[in-house]
Structure formats: structure tokens, C-alpha cells
Design a protein around this ligand. Structure first.
Ligand SMILES: NC(=O)c1ccc[n+]([C@@H]2O[C@H](COP(=O)([O-])OP(=O)(O)OC[C@H]3O[C@@H](n4cnc5c(N)ncnc54)[C@H](OP(=O)(O)O)[C@@H]3O)[C@@H](O)[C@H]2O)c1
Length: 333
């Protein structure tokens, strides 16, 4: 491993927030027992918040962000991993409390890593990244209505923030699972994109604005919600008896204003998704299902590969809701 390598470093000195591409030293990597040469990281909503101003998530500066990465083990202090293993990391507060993936090298706790499933590689794993992993967790939560809860068959599933990273992959996965996917978007020109991913029907985000009745006509067997905020009130009111709402995001706001009726009259289930704290077993299960549920040539078609400089230019678009699809970050570009 070289003594110095490239990383994207954020800093906050004298109330001036900066993000710079710098050479850092191997001794700067203080946490963890497995050293990884990073092949790819990816750009997620949380990364954009952190790159903007730390997002009240990062508390120590200077800091290397990047909440996920894939790469090759260089040194390992745990027998579970050996040199040249390829690995995936998402979450576990890496890129928030511990130096993350926007770097040519990263060092993390061996308990945070999983081995690359045999059917995918470093690039494919970050084309999905945290967003894709979360979309898969949400989709399996919706599917649980059939399997775990032994409910009736799932048919109509709503996905909000559908052109975003989580939303796009959720549309693809849920349609592959055989469901009719109704994609909610604020983007007027993305109907073809969403239909190509498998959406049956496109709904304008505005339809979820405004006051909701306590209960409306139940139309959704399942929901993957990446947006949060006011539209969730209407979504709960429109969920069919026994339906599952997998809520993972807050792109539209953090407050929800609802009532008990959907839950006590219709048995609607609110299933919160926290990808960062998922168990290693759950991670292994989900990543091993990727090969059955993801059409990688399609994901490639909406994935941009960014250098650190391009990442700095791109993240503001994500925060403004102007970005669609996925962005992977190549630290060697
Ligand atoms: N819980 C977890 O483990 C977890 C993991 C990953 C991500 N997340 C969260 O999931 C959300 C989506 O993440 P992402 O990486 O997919 O982000 P993203 O790529 O930026 O997608 C978010 C999408 O939400 C929609 N949107 C943006 N602003 C909105 C607004 N004001 N009102 C309504 N819709 C809006 C846009 O889609 P349209 O233009 O198509 O409407 C946008 O593309 C974020 O809140 C993120 O923090 C949570």
C-alpha cells in the first residue's frame, strides 16, 4: 500500500465548510482491522447531505465521507477475510462516524464487511450500493405480506421518488417479483425511463399533495416510500387491508401527520427500513438474491461513473431532486 493516496476530504474550520481532493497518509486510517483498496463507492442521498455541510451527521473534521464501497482486501486482522478477497461495505456508520469510501483506501471493522457474491463484481455491487440494497430490503418487506404474514397475493405496489436511486431499483425489483408497479415521480419527462424499468403506471407526485381523508379507497397492497413527509398521510389512507408500507426515506420531509384508522381498521403495516444497521445474515441473503432480481445492463444504462471532481459537481443536483438513476464513484478516475 502506498504511504499517501487520494481521498475526498470535507472540513469545517471557522464555520467555513470545504470539500477538497487531497493526498492523505495511511496513518490517517485509524479505525478498523481490514484494509481495503477501494474499487468503487457510490453517491447516495445521505452522501449528498454530508457533502453539502456535514448534514448534522458528521461531527468530527477533517473527515473522509462515502457511506459505501467495494474493493479488494489488502491486509486483514480477521481470519474471516484474507488478502485479495473482494468485499462490500454499506452503512454501519462508515462515512458518518468512521472514514468512508470516497478514498483510494479504506480501513474498517471486519464485522462490517461481506464477501462479494460470486455472480457480481465490485462495479456491479456499487451500481446498486446503499440505494440498491435499501430498495431490495424494501421490496422484500412488501413481499413479506405473502410469505411471512401469509396475507393475500400482492398485486399493486406504489413506489415514491421513483426516479431516484432507491426508487429506480425498487421499480425494477418489484416488477421482476411480478407486481404491478405504480411509480410516483415529480419529473415530467421520465415516463419512458420508468416504463423501461418495469413500471406499469406513472403517477404525478402532485396527486399526493393536499389534505387526506382518514381513510380513502384502498388501492395499494404494498408501498415503497422514499419520500416521507406529507404524502405518507394519503398513502396510509389508500393502502389496502393488510398492506405493507416500507418507509425508508425523507427526501420530501421528516414529519408525518397521520391517524390510527388505517392501522386499526385495515391492519396496514408500517415497516421502517434501516439498511445501515441490517444484520450480516440479512445482508448476505439480500446480496445473494441480486443475481435473480437485477437487470445489470439496464442499471448500467442509468448509472454514471464519476471522478471525485465530478462527484463534487453532481451531489447538489441530488439534493435538488434533479438527478435520476445512480452514480458510482471511481477513486482512480
Ligand atoms: N433507511 C435507509 O436505510 C435508507 C437507505 C438509503 C436511502 N435512504 C433514503 O431514501 C431516500 C432516497 O434516497 P436516494 O438515494 O434514492 O435519493 P435520490 O436518488 O436523491 O432520490 C430521491 C427522489 O425523491 C424524489 N424527491 C426529491 N425531492 C422530493 C420532494 N421534495 N418531494 C417529493 N419527492 C422528492 C425525487 O424523485 P422523483 O423526481 O421521481 O419524484 C428524487 O429523485 C432519501 O431520503 C435517503 O436518505 C434511506
Amino acid at each position: 500500500m502506498p504511504e499517501k493516496f487520494k481521498a475526498l476530504v470535507i472540513d469545517n474550520q471557522n464555520e467555513k465548510f470545504t470539500r477538497d481532493i487531497k493526498e492523505i497518509n495511511s496513518t490517517d486510517l485509524k479505525d478498523g482491522n481490514v484494509l481495503v483498496k477501494v474499487d468503487y463507492s457510490s453517491l447516495n442521498y445521505k452522501d449528498a447531505l454530508i457533502l453539502h455541510n456535514g448534514g448534522k451527521i458528521v461531527r468530527k473534521f477533517p473527515f473522509v465521507p462515502g457511506i459505501d464501497f467495494s474493493g479488494t482486501v489488502v491486509e486483514s486482522g480477521d481470519d474471516k477475510f484474507k488478502k485479495d478477497d473482494t468485499v462490500i461495505l454499506t452503512g454501519f456508520r462508515v462515512g458518518e462516524a468512521y472514514f468512508g469510501g470516497f478514498s483510494q483506501y479504506a480501513k474498517v471493522d471486519s464485522n462490517f464487511l461481506i464477501k462479494m457474491p460470486k455472480d457480481i463484481d465490485s462495479k456491479k455491487s456499487m451500481m446498486l450500493g446503499t440505494a440498491g440494497f435499501t430498495a431490495l430490503l424494501c421490496s422484500f418487506a412488501v413481499k413479506a405480506k405473502e410469505e411471512l404474514l401469509l396475507g393475500s397475493k400482492v398485486k399493486d405496489v406504489l413506489v415514491t421518488g421513483a426516479t431516484g436511486g432507491v426508487g429506480s431499483i425498487a421499480v425494477m425489483v418489484l416488477s421482476k417479483m411480478g407486481y404491478d408497479v405504480h411509480a410516483v415521480t415529480g419529473k415530467k419527462d421520465k415516463d419512458d425511463y420508468l416504463k423501461n424499468l418495469g413500471a406499469k403506471n406513472i403517477i404525478d407526485r402532485k396527486e399526493f399533495d393536499g389534505e387526506s381523508k382518514l381513510l380513502e379507497k384502498g388501492v395499494w397492497d404494498g408501498v415503497v416510500d422514499t419520500v416521507g413527509g406529507a404524502s405518507l398521510t394519503k398513502i396510509f389512507a389508500q393502502t389496502k387491508p393488510g398492506g405493507i408500507v416500507a418507509a425508508c426515506g425523507n427526501a420530501g420531509g421528516i414529519k408525518i401527520n397521520t391517524n390510527v384508522m388505517p392501522f386499526i381498521i385495515r391492519g396496514v403495516k408500517l415497516w421502517g427500513i434501516d439498511s445501515s444497521g441490517s444484520s450480516i445474515k440479512r445482508r448476505q441473503f439480500v446480496w445473494n438474491e441480486v443475481v435473480n432480481l437485477i437487470d445489470f445492463p439496464k442499471v448500467q444504462s442509468f448509472t454514471k461513473e464519476l471522478s471525485f471532481n465530478e462527484l463534487i459537481e453532481t451531489y447538489p443536483k441530488l439534493l435538488k431532486g434533479e438527478f435520476f438513476g445512480r452514480a458510482i464513484v471511481n477513486p482512480n478516475k
